[in-house]
Design a protein around this ligand. Structure first.
Ligand code: MV4
Length: 450
């Protein structure tokens, strides 16, 4: 096992990684920006190093500053959390060159999955179901017209280097394709430095379902069931749950089998998530892979009994999968609400001082947060300030528990998304499991604004 780990992140996930290290008897090193001096990850780590000014580019994303801190503190490994440097293959390479273990997959695999079209072809080769679409990137507008005719309208143009919905365009007719092709390509070039596009058949009302995987460095791969993440607004997830009501044991078994084969072939290590879209008929198709731990990992922890962060650290330290996770027992139903510091009606971020922070507790309730009364939420970072996760024996119990936990969560001084979550949990369609990725638009009115 490692002697000392640096956590290259902030907020609740930095604290979550510190928890795991403490339980493993591993020393921890926090890094922090000047805006995070009074943060809990700084208080609870064994050591803390300030690495720069508040802006992420000047601190948490500054690779030389992060590596210098790791060298000074003499750590064996770095846990990147999610976001920030977690899917930066160059950073993982610098770690390798500096003889520091990056707790995540090899940089080669991160790079492959970052190129969405290559990931798609790799999955296709391994017989993971993918959507009808182009073979590789599109050469030009004429090539796009050719593929669209073959696939059948509507189609969606996606950026090869993309993610998060940028550089995406839905095309419904050949007439509108040229303009949309050029605007998608320009947007992708500006956002990702690469304007190359690929094409897929467009699913009108998809559900977003993702599978959690863990792989060790000895060729063993496990899948830890799926999460349903369709409740989102503008590509920001609001609620996640496990398992998905839509995934039958047969689908689960098939996806399990193909994913295990595929990830062994690719040489995947550590935690990862494979995203799928499910269409109205219940067919499921790969869209992309995330090569990091995800925000919503606690719902999987609740229904499997695994500690995914400890498993990540143990796998990176060379342990075998079965030792890293212990026995997996699937049971119950878990739901997570992401609590954001934002106006619940306009979604405008709400930075400032928290005056009251009273988190709910009791049976089956977990709160992952680095917030506290008198903490100041800086304006520079992600607006998520807490994750409220509940478990019940079944979905109905989980919903009842989430409702009462939301009722008893008191945060004052800043605006939060708690009122929006209460509204979602009270919705009859949500309770009935009748929703897709357009649920929030329907709840709030046409375009998800308000
Ligand atoms: C799609 C799609 C429909 N058809 N692909 C959005 C972000 C990116 N990760 C993939 N996304 C989508 N890809 C095809 N072929 C609809 C979306 C999409 C979406 C997907 C998951 C969750 C929320 C979404 C919201 C809007 C669009």
């Amino acid at each position: 096992m490692f002697r000392k780990v640096l956590i290259a992140n902030r907020g609740e996930i930095a604290l979550r990684v510190i928890n795991a290290c403490k339980e493993l008897g591993v020393r921890t090193v926090a890094i922090y920006s000047e805006a995070d001096r009074n943060s809990l990850h700084v208080r609870f780590a064994d050591e803390a190093i300030c690495i720069g000014p508040p802006r992420p580019a000047d601190s948490y994303l500054n690779v030389p500053a992060v590596i210098s801190a790791a060298e000074i503190a003499d750590v064996d490994a770095i846990h990147p959390g999610y976001g920030l440097l977690s899917e930066n293959a160059n950073f993982a390479e610098v770690c390798r060159a500096s003889n520091i273990k990056f707790i995540g997959p090899p940089p080669e695999v991160t790079r492959l999955m970052g190129e969405k079209e290559k990931a798609r072809q790799a999955m296709k080769k391994a017989k993971v179901p993918i959507l009808p679409g182009s073979d590789g990137v599109l050469a030009d507008e004429a090539d796009a017209l050719h593929w669209a005719k073959r696939v059948g309208y509507p189609v969606i143009l996606k950026a090869k280097a993309g993610g998060g919905g940028r550089g995406m365009r839905i095309v419904r007719t050949p007439e509108e394709l040229p303009n949309l092709y050029h605007s998608a390509s320009t947007e992708a070039a500006n956002a990702f430095g690469n304007g190359e596009l690929y094409m897929e058949k467009f699913i009108e009302r998809p559900r977003h379902i993702e599978f959690q995987v863990l792989a060790d460095e000895h060729g063993n791969v496990a899948t830890l069931f799926e999460r349903e993440c369709s409740i989102q607004r503008r590509h920001q997830k609001l609620i996640e749950e496990a398992p998905s009501l839509q995934v039958t044991p047969k689908i689960r078994e098939e996806i399990d089998k193909t994913l295990r084969r595929c990830l062994t072939e690719i040489g995947y290590h550590n935690a990862g998530t494979i995203e799928f879209l499910m269409d109205e008929d219940g067919s499921i198709y790969f869209i992309e892979m995330n090569t990091r731990i995800q925000v919503e990992h606690p719902v999987t922890e609740f229904v499997t009994g695994a500690d995914l962060i400890k498993a990540q650290i143990r796998i990176a330290a060379g342990e075998k999968l079965e030792d890293a996770t212990g026995e997996i027992h699937f049971s119950g139903h878990a739901i997570e609400c992401r609590i954001n510091a934002e106006d619940p009606e306009t979604f405008v971020p709400s930075a400032g001082r928290i005056t009251t922070f009273q988190a709910p507790g009791g049976t089956g309730v977990r709160v992952d947060s680095a917030a506290y009364a008198d903490a100041v939420i800086p304006p520079y970072y992600d607006s998520m300030i807490a994750k409220l996760i509940v478990k019940g024996r079944d979905r109905a119990e989980a919903i009842g528990r989430m409702k009462r936990a939301l009722e008893m969560f008191v945060i004052e001084g800043i605006k939060t998304s708690i009122p929006l979550h209460r509204r979602i949990l009270a919705d009859p369609d949500f309770a009935a499991g009748k929703f897709d990725t357009h649920f929030i638009e329907r709840l709030l009115g046409s375009n998800g604004k308000h």
